[in-house]
Design a protein. Structure first.
Length: 104
């Protein structure tokens, strides 16, 4: 999550979060509680960095929207089949277009 996105959720400035990351400042208790909720961790996990022994199971899976799907798909390398389709489809379309123009 970006500093801007986190700052927006916490209703504070991006610079405040930058100061937290650099160790120039520390969040107050209210911001820590909100930060733990936003990050879906316990306050103890947030402060100590250790995972809680007692973990409440919560379904965090959500349906992936189209934009997330497209950005995930763009991260994978292009396969030979993808490359073949990328080359063949325009050639076939051009061929069909030329045939239609020729017989019109």
């Amino acid at each position: 999550m970006s500093q801007d996105a986190l700052a927006e959720k916490l209703f504070i400035s991006r610079q405040a979060i930058s100061k937290w990351e650099n160790g120039d400042a520390t969040p107050d208790l209210e911001n820590l509680v909100t930060l733990a909720a936003v990050l879906e961790v316990t306050l103890d996990e947030l402060v100590t960095g250790k995972e809680s022994a007692i973990k409440v199971t919560k379904k965090t899976e959500k349906p992936m929207n189209v934009w997330e799907f497209l950005t995930e798909e763009s991260k994978r390398p292009m396969s030979k089949g993808d490359l073949l389709m990328l080359l063949l489809v325009p050639i076939i379309l051009l061929g069909v277009y030329l045939i239609v123009i020729h017989f019109s």
